[in-house]
Design a protein around this ligand. Structure first.
Ligand code: UDX
Ligand code: UDX
Length: 461
């Protein structure tokens, strides 16, 4: 059931819910999702406690510092901490016990098979169960971690019931409430979401969660728990499909000598297609899109369905970084012994997150072709060095470009747009492969470099 319209919650529902004071909310998992959720609820006037098993993270949150780069969220975290609206602890059970609502926001990483690892969710559920067992009051438990359909009702719910001796629906409420935030705009996306999805198998739990969100203006979708879980996958798979469609069209355009930019722009003007997420590049990375496509593929296979589209998304995405290798080879010949600068190691510009970054397959392919790689990223280098310790790193983009035979822009950091004649003239061969279509080809050419962009065909030369 969908209620409300953009900008307005459903009035009848909101009126029906009693006006209430601040709630005490526990958020388990102080990652992107947990901290954006915690800061959002603190901003809405609630008292929030963030629980995380990682002592370093807890210390950092207590001092108003985020464990990752997200400036707006950090500003608001500082305010919430100094106003004592948000605290942090490693004692998950006590934090959950002293709260009326508990949000599970722990990670659900991919295993080699593509299936999500449920260890962190199980461990969070065990802590919640302990808190439920020793509490007299009713609590609302909300699954926010991305989990494949049926996880909440067939794993989390029985586990919590068994360990707590309490009955779901009667002694505690249970909802599934997926998030749709993008890194880089985590707080804004939480405060002004495109929709709020409330999955509940009983009305009371759903109403309790709706009440927590009553000050957020967004359409509310009320559904059952499994559908809520599926909505998250349906959304991320569609985003991955749109990006992959753009990459496929761009790759074909490039080989036909057509610039894919105006082609995709015009296609996106059709409201049935839409203009967003149509930017071709070196593929999609990040903590969600690749993981969610793999997880849904695994889940579908488990129920006897072979999802060909999902397989094609993953295959095309793996191949996409090779477009940069192809463009380089076309321009400077075989890469053996050539020095290639890779600028941008994060999974996208503006973040220090390297989860599933396309920089890994890109650099691996460059090295496999005999190139010498020198890498740079304004924020993500400390994280990236841990996964590729033997690559050479430079302390700035201009240092990476010095003496290089070519360079690849892998993440769209705004500062790469400022590169000009001074930096390009220090390259041995001033060849720039724009893997994110974030530079102006005319400017690059005017500054003395050869511009090669993904999906540009001859038009970008
Ligand atoms: C989120 C979502 O929760 C995940 O389901 C979604 O698919 C991707 O985004 P994110 O917030 O990015 O994950 O996770 P992460 O940055 O890894 O933070 C999770 C935190 O949970 C970590 O700090 C970890 O220490 C903590 N955790 C894990 C606990 O506090 N308790 C546990 O039992 C397990
Ligand atoms: C994504 C979803 O957008 C968000 O709704 C969900 O909750 C979490 O996953 P995020 O991981 O922050 O958010 O990344 P996003 O901005 O979606 O980008 C994902 C990847 O796709 C990046 O590697 C990015 O460079 C790439 N991308 C994105 C494109 O190649 N082209 C585009 O047009 C958009």
């Amino acid at each position: 059931m969908v209620s409300g319209r953009p900008g307005w919650p459903r009035k009848g529902l909101i009126d029906a819910l009693a006006v209430q004071g601040p709630m005490r909310i526990c958020v388990i998992g102080a990652g992107y999702v947990g901290l954006a959720t915690g800061v959002m609820f603190a901003k809405l006037g609630n008292d929030v406690v963030c629980a995380d098993i990682d002592e370093g993270r807890v210390k950092s949150v207590r001092s108003g510092k985020l464990p990752f780069h997200e400036p707006e969220l950090e500003r608001e975290l500082k305010k919430a901490v100094s106003r004592k609206k948000l605290t942090a602890t490693t004692d998950t059970v006590s934090a959950a016990k002293s709260s009326q609502a508990i949000f599970i926001c722990v990670q659900t990483p991919s295993m080699a098979s593509g299936r999500i690892a449920l260890g962190p969710v199980r461990s969070a559920c065990r802590s919640v169960a302990k808190a439920l067992k020793s509490s007299k009051d009713r609590k609302l438990v909300v699954m926010k971690s991305t989990v494949v359909p049926s996880t909440t009702d067939s794993m989390a719910k029985p586990l919590m019931e068994r360990l707590s001796g309490k009955s779901c629906g009667k002694d505690f409420g249970l909802c599934m409430n997926p998030e749709f935030l993008q890194e880089g705009s985590a707080l804004k996306d939480s405060m002004t979401p495109s929709r709020i999805v409330i999955g509940a198998d009983d009305k009371k739990s759903g109403d309790e969660l709706a009440r927590l969100y009553k000050r957020i203006r967004a359409p509310v979708v009320r559904t059952d728990i499994r559908s809520a879980e599926m909505i998250k996958y349906a959304s991320n798979v569609f985003l991955a499909t749109k990006i992959t469609y753009s990459n496929e069209i761009a790759n074909i355009c490039a080989r036909l000598g057509i610039d894919s930019g105006p082609v995709l722009e015009a296609a996106g003007m059709d409201p049935r297609i839409g203009p967003l997420f149509l930017k071709p590049g070196l593929g999609f990375g990040g903590s969600c899109l690749p993981k969610d496509v793999k997880a849904l593929k695994d889940k579908a296979s488990g129920v006897g369905y072979r999802p060909r589209l999902l397989s094609a998304l993953l295959e095309t995405n793996e191949r996409q970084p090779l477009e940069a290798v192809r463009l380089l080879e076309n321009s400077i010949g075989p890469l053996r012994g050539k020095k290639i600068a890779v600028l941008g190691l994060a999974f996208k510009g503006g973040v220090d997150d390297i989860r599933e970054t396309r920089a890994v397959p890109l650099i691996t392919a460059l090295l496999a072709n005999g190139a010498r790689v020198v890498a740079f990223d304004p924020m993500a280098m400390p994280n990236f060095i841990r996964v590729m310790p033997t690559v050479e790193y430079a302390e700035s983009a201009s240092a990476a470009l010095k003496g290089a035979d070519g360079c690849v822009i892998q993440a769209d950091w705004p500062e790469f747009r400022g590169l000009g004649r001074r930096e390009y003239s220090a390259m041995r061969h001033p060849v720039v492969v724009d893997g994110r279509r974030c530079l102006d080809p005319r400017k690059v050419k005017a500054e003395g470099a050869v511009y090669l962009g993904v999906g540009y065909g001859l038009a970008g030369r």
